[in-house]
Design a protein around this ligand. Structure first.
Ligand code: MCA
Ligand code: AMP
Length: 482
């Protein structure tokens, strides 16, 4: 397979590749620093990356890819239980960090390699097999702890090239975003994407509408974000003429990771004259569909299948839907070079995720318009919650809540939230009704064990959870108990 980043070897050496605030690296400096990482980790089986929103995370990942060592990006806000699970499951040989980063106790047992962005080294020349695991990204399911999706080099190359085709994404583009770097959206699309094109990325460190206005207003051409970020932009537009100007001047505004509500689409379009385009992907599949830069930006659709991606809608019994009538709903199944290989150490879950002939079951429900555009209408599992663009399993939060001494029983649901898309709601039967644990206490408990974005935002106390004759919790009837 050809190199993932041709520009690193033969590209515009003096051009900017990465910028995080006022810290930046040219292609030549990135090649040298990533080469030094590759030299140091060459013999490792797998490495963890402490994925803070910094230059070092990008250099660490490019270095691991150059060494052909699979990288496991870690959320630096992971709680002890989640981190413990990911480390026990992925067994990295070492952890790559920024110099001086403070690491939690769970990582104390691992050798620590600090990334020096000024170092000079040369990545060992190796023939890369496109099936080689490049990244292992942890993603939540409905129950149990997150699973590690093993993403091969082939998937990264094919998804980024397909997006380049859809969006006319070239080395002239300057991408702006403030996405976290431990998920596909921020890391693969947001960092590896520009590098594969020989273009550049300006990362905001932390998302803010002001940061977007500044970077898009001074040369940025594209913006990537989750709907919560576009919602916050839509809120800021009426009082921020700089932001209006910056968005109006951008070449492409892209939203993904969850559905962008029509109201935010409309507010941004009417203030800036620009329509946000959506694309649809998943950790396991990278990108499946996109609204094309040369296509009609019809609000509410996620566009058409990307080149190389086969996509079909199937009925409950597995029969593919024959017609694109804009009405018949089916589960999206996909096949193509963009897919992950397996869930690490979970052959059972891997087998269940695919049909006998290799289609991946996404669990997303959609219709297709007569012209082939895909519109997502829902999700098969009610126990998956999308909050701020993060996928969160109800089961893992319920398990964490049950470990709190004040909780006897717990159920978790998602409810609509204008900012987050969905917010996490906990329904709790207290161990002692006289001292029911409050929302702050339970939020802290979950944030400490799992991650802050998994914390419940609302807690309801009940005498008992509604159950059916089989003893199963009837989540759909919980709303009437609020
Ligand atoms: C508040 N905080 C707490 C607590 N309460 N921390 C610990 N314990 C507590 N009890 C802290 C938070 O950690 C955070 O800290 C601050 O308060 C505010 O948190 P919050 O309101 O939750 O969120 P936010 O920081 O405002 O974040 C909104 C966001 C974020 C920026 C939109 O949700 C985000 O970055 N989402 C992106 C998700 C994403 O990339 N998904 C991609 C996966 P502090 O202020 O220190 O930060 S999907 C994917 O990859 C597929 C392939 C796809 O299709 O894209
Ligand atoms: P994750 O597992 O965190 O990678 O999230 C993948 C899920 O995000 C998909 O299965 C969809 O449910 C959702 N998703 C991603 N992009 C979109 C979009 N543009 N519109 C609606 N849902 C989306």
């Amino acid at each position: 397979m050809s190199p993932l980043f041709p520009a690193l070897a033969e590209g515009p050496a003096g051009l900017p590749a990465l910028a995080f605030g006022d810290r930046s690296l040219t292609y030549a400096a990135l090649a040298a620093a990533a080469g030094a990482v590759a030299e140091r980790i060459g013999a490792a089986g797998r490495v963890a990356v402490w994925a803070t929103p910094d230059l070092e995370t990008a250099v660490a990942t490019v270095g691991a890819l150059a060494a052909q060592v699979a990288a496991v990006p870690l959320n630096p806000k992971s709680g002890e239980k989640e981190l413990g699970h990911i480390l026990a499951d992925s067994t990295p040989d070492l952890v790559l960090t920024a110099p001086g980063a403070e690491l939690p106790a769970a990582l104390a047992g691992l050798p620590r390699v600090e990334v020096d962005v000024r170092a000079t080294g040369t990545a060992p020349a190796q023939d890369a097999d496109d099936a080689t695991p490049a990244l292992i990204v942890y993603t939540s399911g409905t129950t149990g702890p997150p699973k590690g999706a093993v993403i091969p080099r082939r998937a990264i190359a094919s998804t980024l090239d397909a997006l380049a085709d859809a969006w006319r994404w070239t080395g002239d583009d300057v991408l702006v975003h403030g996405l976290p770097l431990f998920h596909v959206h921020g890391l693969v699309l947001g960092i590896l994407g520009p590098l594969r094109r020989g273009g550049s990325v300006r990362h905001l460190g932390r998302f803010s509408p002001e940061g977007v206005a500044r970077e898009l207003g001074t040369g940025g051409t594209m913006l990537f974000g989750v709907p919560t970020m576009y919602h916050r932009i839509a809120e800021a537009l009426p009082t921020d003429p700089e932001l209006v100007k910056a968005l109006a001047g951008a070449r492409l505004l892209v939203s993904g990771s969850a559905a962008l509500p029509m109201h935010d689409h409309e507010r941004i379009a009417s203030a800036t004259g620009r329509r946000v385009v959506e694309r649809y992907g998943m950790t396991e599949t990278l990108m499946n569909t996109a609204v094309r830069a040369d296509g009609e930006a019809r609000a509410g659709t996620v566009g058409v299948p990307l080149p190389g991606v086969e996509l079909r809608l199937v009925e409950d019994n597995g029969t593919p839907l024959a017609a694109y009538d804009g009405e018949s709903v089916g589960e999206i199944q996909v096949r193509g070079p963009n897919l992950f290989t397996e869930y690490l150490n979970r052959p059972d879950a891997t087998a269940a995720a695919f049909t006998a002939d290799g289609w991946f079951r996404t669990g997303d429900m959609a219709v297709r318009d007569p012209d082939g555009q895909v519109r997502i209408v829902g999700r098969k599992a009610t126990d998956l919650i999308k909050s701020g663009g993060y996928k969160i399993g109800a089961g893992e939060i319920e398990n964490a809540l049950l470990e709190h001494p004040g909780v006897r029983e717990a159920a978790v649901t998602g409810e609509p939230d204008p900012d987050l898309g969905e917010r996490i709601v906990a329904w709790v039967v207290p161990a002692d009704p006289r001292f029911p644990p409050g929302v702050e206490e339970l939020a802290d408990h979950v944030a400490r064990r799992l991650a802050p974005h998994k914390r419940p935002r609302v807690v309801h106390h009940l005498d008992a959870l509604p159950r059916n004759d089989m003893g199963k919790i009837m989540k759909r009837s919980l709303g009437s108990h609020a």
